[in-house]
Design a protein around this ligand. Structure first.
Ligand SMILES: [Zn+2]
Length: 276
């Protein structure tokens, strides 16, 4: 009897050891499946799919993990299906001069003053190759023309349908473009993520003398094309969207791949830490 009990005890200890060992194997797995963030816009979906596969594989554990897994799947689906793309790579990081709603004083050295109706996206090196700009959403090119203060301008009209089937029409305005580089004409359809063309050259006719950068504005279209880059009264900003907020709400946040992969890795890390 005593002998049997000892055997049973040995069996239990063995089992525990085996469980712990298996646990160790499970803990190692996530670290091998960490996904490196890759930035080019057109590979966004592939990156997210890779993150999903790697992350979900790593999260195939019990309990809380399942909830986190569902949460992450929903989040990733939303990003993949959002069909909203950055107009320029590193969009948020390169908003280093003027963001939406920023007040530019008439006393500043700037040519214009007032409340900025969009984001300015800077280039890090004006001697670099031309900087591509992309269609933020699928829609129609409704303007492609030279406008004083901007140089080359493109406006994309796109629609959104809410849960009640109400349709809203928006415009995405791109200022300071090289118009000759634009592959589309007015009336053409573009798909989200398509390259429109490139930024205008630094302090040239293409930018109407401005530095090389993208002025990007988004507004709800109610019959008026809004070219203004600044408004005198803060209250008038109501006619424009905050572009980065607009995109974030549609699940394109600052660096979507990185943010979501960070989330995945953090979730995996939590599970690893909580696993006894
Ligand atoms: Zn601007």
């Amino acid at each position: 009897m005593y002998y049997m009990q000892r055997n049973l005890l040995a069996f239990i200890v063995c089992g525990l050891a085996l469980t712990t060992f298996t646990g160790c194997i499970q803990q190692e797995t996530p670290k091998e499946t960490v996904v490196e963030a890759v930035l080019p816009l057109n590979t966004l979906e592939e990156d997210l799919d890779a993150a999903l596969v790697a992350g979900i594989d790593a999260l195939e554990v019990e309990g809380d993990a399942l909830i986190q897994k569902n949460d992450l799947e929903t989040k990733l689906d939303a990003v993949v299906n959002s069909n909203i793309y950055y107009p320029m790579v590193h969009y948020t990081d390169l908003r280093t001069k003027k963001v939406f709603a920023q007040l530019i004083s008439p006393d500043s050295e700037d040519r214009f003053s007032g409340y900025h109706t969009g984001d300015d996206i800077e280039v890090t090196d004006v001697t670099n190759d031309a900087v591509p700009v992309y269609a933020m959403a699928s829609g129609e090119i409704v303007r492609k023309q030279w406008v004083a203060g901007y140089g080359g301008v493109v406006v994309i009209e796109f629609e959104e349908r809410d849960n009640n089937n109400n349709i809203s029409t928006y415009h995405a305005l791109y200022g300071h473009l090289n118009l000759e580089s634009i592959k589309y004409s007015e009336g053409d359809t573009v798909l989200a993520g398509n390259q429109l063309g490139v930024l205008g050259a630094h302090e040239s006719e293409e930018t109407d003398g401005e530095r090389e950068h993208l002025h990007f504005g988004v507004y709800e279209y109610t019959g008026t094309i809004r070219f203004a880059g600044y408004v005198d009264n803060e209250a008038d900003l109501i006619y424009w969207e905050n572009p980065s907020e607009f995109m974030r709400q549609r699940f394109v946040n600052e660096l979507p791949q990185e943010a979501i992969i960070d989330d995945l890795n953090a979730a995996v890390e939590n599970i690893v830490n909580e696993t006894p």
